[in-house]
Design a protein around this ligand. Structure first.
Ligand code: SF4
Ligand code: SF4
Length: 262
């Protein structure tokens, strides 16, 4: 049973601490807290196994009353413009790679912040991404067993809603966010899933044929993975594409409410 007063105090302390970390890193973002149970119950079977191996003997206690903190750090303008930019008449892959570098930089920020928060709140940090696994991945399915989905954490924390592009859409930052997570057992006030606000918007589907045809493709995420491998042959250094992020931020029905910092 969660002690509400203690949970509120811990949540306030966490939010103040996160704001200081964001400020010291000169970043913007948001924070949310999901119940461990809601995340665990939503994970794919292979990710459930991964979660059990990460938390080991703490599983029962965490499943009963634990939380997972979602740390969200946003991209800054104008980096989203750099994705698939063809202002010069053809796709500017060099510029696109600047977005890829920013992805990598924010991941490093996330890894520092999640480690810090884990140390302060006796938690277990789950880094923004895992690197150096390309040789082990032959199909997108191979990737699933290696990670806990930060999107599932963010969604269950109520940081945003799950968009048609399968990313988590924040009220201010759209899906131009990177996530990391921290598993904790002390009491916090937990958020809940939100209803989708996508409505009649189709901007991400218009930008990506794989998203548009996701119902008829065997697994559109595999098409996405292969497209990202193609982009690497064009000089994009990290495993990113980002066209569905750009579409949501710049073309969606909600584009006027989204606002990244500079
Ligand atoms: S990252 Fe690119 S290929 Fe993958 S779903 Fe988004 S737009 Fe499509
Ligand atoms: S582009 Fe539109 S439909 Fe796609 S995730 Fe964003 S708001 Fe939803």
């Amino acid at each position: 049973m969660i002690d509400r007063n203690e949970a509120e105090r811990n949540t306030d302390t966490l939010k103040v601490h996160f704001a200081k970390l964001l400020s010291s890193e000169e970043e913007h973002g948001d924070i949310g807290i999901a119940s461990f149970k809601s995340v665990y119950d939503t994970l794919m079977p292979v990710q459930k196994e991964k979660m059990r191996s990460i938390v080991a003997e703490r599983f029962e206690e965490l499943y009963e009353s634990g939380s997972i903190i979602c740390l969200a750090v946003s991209y800054k303008d104008p980096v989203i413009d750099f994705i698939n930019n063809d202002d010069s008449g053809s796709t500017n892959y060099k510029l696109w790679n600047e977005y890829s570098k920013e992805y990598d930089r924010i991941n490093q920020v996330q890894n520092r912040m999640s480690k810090d928060i884990a140390a302060c709140f006796d938690g277990i940090a789950l880094p923004a991404t895992i690197g150096g696994v390309d040789d082990d991945v032959r199909h997108v399915r191979d990737y699933f067993e290696m990670v806990i989905s930060h999107r599932v954490v963010a969604e269950n924390a109520g940081v945003g809603w799950r968009g048609k592009n399968q990313l988590v859409i924040h009220d201010r930052f759209s899906c131009a966010l990177r996530f990391s997570s921290v598993i904790v057992s002390i009491p916090f006030v937990q958020g809940t899933k939100r209803e989708s606000k996508c409505g009649n918007c189709t901007a991400c589907e218009d930008a990506c044929t794989f998203i548009k045809n996701r119902e008829s493709l065997p697994d559109y995420r595999e098409n996405c993975r292969k497209y990202i491998l193609f982009l690497k042959t064009k000089g994009i250094g990290k495993d990113v594409c980002g066209k569905c992020i750009k579409a949501c931020y710049q073309e969606s029905l909600m584009k006027n409410q989204f606002n990244l910092s500079r």
